[in-house]
Design a protein around this ligand. Structure first.
Ligand code: ATP
Ligand code: MG
Length: 424
């Protein structure tokens, strides 16, 4: 039986109970007459008290054990309950565990395969799991189809500088930076499509929000204009946050996140235009001019005092990839928008309307230094029954970093990959 189910039972019935539990030794304190042990399983922790015996005395931190005993209420124990154990079977005796209290972040990164057992990582991974199923749930309820775009491609989606190249049966190929172009092919059949795939970006600098591989939650919709897609994005994100607040209360509290503010996230999100953002930042002492990109510091400033996500609307044509639609009312700008997470967490998605004009697409593909030949198939989408369409991509780990209030994106994933980091 799982620890938490047992506690729930006692709590509801107001009585003690004989239980059999199994898990891993999270904490351990040995005394003359008793052994105090905190047991951990996937649902939580509970303190167990065992009589001191030679056999039980062999147990070590992170050993796997089966324990039976009587679960009773005890105000002094951290969970409010404890098990007075009468038997323990050591299933896998652990060697001297290498993670202690005085660990450094650098060290923990070298023992990820073990650190993933920590309660911090356990809580984060639960939040991430909930966020993924909440996204799937929202798409399903709104009649979107989940699809499986390719990871190995001949062409770039987000520009050549962050491509990972590989040898594909003697030819050059690249790991996907985004599924978008392939999702666009599917709207002609399924109209509303989404995917959750791994995207790869050869990000050369180390930042607290970039990974070399991350989970990309992307959607593409036929017959949808710019406004339509912003609505999809804000509703989807709000649903994800609400589900996590509802089902991961304990995890958020353990991570010291302010659950109250997350529970108040609501649609519609406020908006700031690119040009308003430039002048806002200049008033704050930044030196920004039209055409500049927003870095981490700029994005932090824009939302540091906000509790709800913010749409950063439109961008200069040169700042965005070739497929973004040029605004017919202002040819300097594209119909693209980023969602910035509140409290300074920065960009978590980019979305917008797609360019339908073949001439504009070809010109911008060349300007980005890409080979138009490789996009022939993409141009076909504009030749055979093109429709206005829009889409978006969320970085799942960026969402999790924000929801879990984490300093660094590395903790949003069990085995983070970044420059010079691919072990363990
Ligand atoms: P940034 O400007 O923050 O580097 P981007 O604008 O290059 O991101 P997009 O091409 O818009 O990224 O990708 C869509 C989304 O994917 C981003 O909004 C972000 O949430 C996520 N994302 C992009 N690059 C990374 C990365 N290296 N690690 C984690 N998430 C990422
Ligand atoms: Mg972006």
């Amino acid at each position: 039986m799982m620890i938490y189910k047992n506690i729930e039972y006692c709590f509801n019935k107001g009585e003690s109970k004989d239980v059999n539990v199994r898990g891993w030794v999270h904490r351990l304190r040995k005394q003359k007459d008793n052994i105090f042990l905190t047991l951990r399983d996937s649902t939580g922790i509970i303190q167990c008290i065992l009589p001191f015996t030679e056999e039980y005395n062999k147990v070590t931190i992170e050993s796997s054990v089966e324990i039976s005993g009587n679960l009773i209420k005890d105000e002094r124990s951290p969970s409010g309950y404890e098990i007075h154990a009468n038997n323990m079977n050591i299933v896998g005796l652990a060697e001297n565990y290498p993670i202690r209290k005085d660990f450094s972040v650098a060290y923990l990164n070298t023992v990820r395969h073990l650190w993933n057992r920590s309660r911090k990582m356990q809580s984060i991974m639960k939040v991430k799991s909930e966020a993924m199923s909440a996204a799937g749930e929202w798409f399903k309820e709104n009649n979107w189809y989940q699809t499986t775009p390719p990871i190995i491609n001949n062409s770039a989606c987000e520009g050549g500088s962050t491509l990972f190249e590989l040898d594909f049966f003697g030819n050059k190929a690249y790991l996907s930076q985004s599924a978008q172009l392939y999702l666009e092919t599917l709207i002609f059949s399924l109209e509303k499509v989404w995917s959750s795939t791994t995207s790869f970006r050869a990000e050369k600098s180390k930042t607290p929000r970039h990974l070399a591989e991350y989970t990309h939650l992307e959607g593409e919709q036929a017959w949808a204009n710019f406004e339509d897609i912003l609505k999809v994005e804000e509703e989807l994100l709000t649903h994800i946050v609400q589900r996590v607040v509802q089902n991961n209360h304990k995890d958020l509290e353990f991570l010291k996140q302010d659950v109250g503010y997350l529970s108040r996230i609501k649609t519609p999100f406020d908006r700031i235009t690119y040009e308003e953002a430039i002048s806002f930042l200049n008033k704050k002492g930044f030196d920004m001019k039209f055409g500049d990109d927003f870095g981490t510091e700029e994005e932090r400033q824009l939302t540091s005092n906000l509790d709800n996500p913010l749409f950063l609307i439109s961008a200069p044509v040169e700042a965005k990839p070739f497929y973004t639609k040029i605004n017919p009312d202002d040819e300097r700008m594209v119909l693209s928008a980023d969602i910035l997470a509140p409290r300074g967490f920065g960009e978590i998605s980019t979305g917008g309307q797609r360019e339908d004009d073949i001439e504009s697409l070809t010109r911008r593909i060349k300007k980005e230094g890409l080979n138009p030949k490789e996009y022939d198939w993409y141009m076909d989408l504009r030749k055979y029954g093109s429709v206005p369409h829009s889409g978006f991509g969320f970085g799942l780990e960026r969402i999790v970093r924000w929801i879990c209030n984490l300093d660094h994106i590395r903790d949003t994933t069990p085995n983070p990959r970044s420059v010079s980091k691919s072990y363990p």
